[in-house]
Design a protein around this ligand. Structure first.
Ligand code: HEC
Length: 147
């Protein structure tokens, strides 16, 4: 929690200098840096959907198996092609690493703390989405597990 507050504060600072931030409509930039083909999601969008699916299934397993781990840590989100050019900013890498570290920390923690660590991982999803991509937040919120 302390970490996520720190990260959020860092991002508030970064966005102060971002004069373009009012042009953002959630995840989509009006002029993407590449030409998206119709019906073809970006690499990052594909990964995001895999992250969602895997998190949802880990959440389900966690109800019965407190030893469950993520078999992927999604390092590829850094450098993946995206419709959102804020992924080029250092702040994206910082938030992406916070998410990747939250998965690792979930995997490494003892059984009794798994649910808490799972929710910290969802916090890491929400932190990034709050900053640069509001659209899927209501969906991501559903991942939170009741401790
Ligand atoms: C470091 C930033 C960051 C983190 C962390 C992050 N996201 Fe995303 N997410 C994005 C961006 C940016 C997009 C927009 C896709 C693009 O830019 O091509 C996105 C898109 C999505 C989408 C929509 C995909 C689509 O089909 O368009 C979903 C769902 C999603 N994220 C879920 C999650 C979940 C669940 C987590 C945590 C397990 C998560 N995200 C963590 C930045 C992030």
């Amino acid at each position: 929690m302390k970490n996520s507050v720190l990260i959020m504060m860092m991002f508030l600072c970064f966005s102060c200098g971002n004069v373009d931030s009012k042009d953002w409509e959630g995840c989509e930039l009006k002029e993407p840096t590449y030409t998206p083909t119709l019906h073809e999601p970006s690499e990052l969008a594909v990964l995001m959907n895999e992250m969602y699916t895997l998190s949802d299934s880990v959440k389900g397993m966690l109800q019965n198996d407190s030893g469950v781990v993520f078999d992927r840590t999604f390092e590829e989100i850094i450098g993946a092609q995206s419709v959102n050019d804020r992924v080029e900013e250092e702040s994206f890498t910082v938030m992406a690493n916070a998410y990747i570290n939250a998965i690792k920390s979930f995997n490494e923690t003892e059984r009794g703390n798994k649910k808490m660590k799972f929710n910290s991982m969802v916090d890491a999803c929400m932190n990034c989405h709050e900053q640069i991509c509001f659209g899927p937040m209501s969906r991501i919120k559903k991942l939170y597990i009741t401790p």
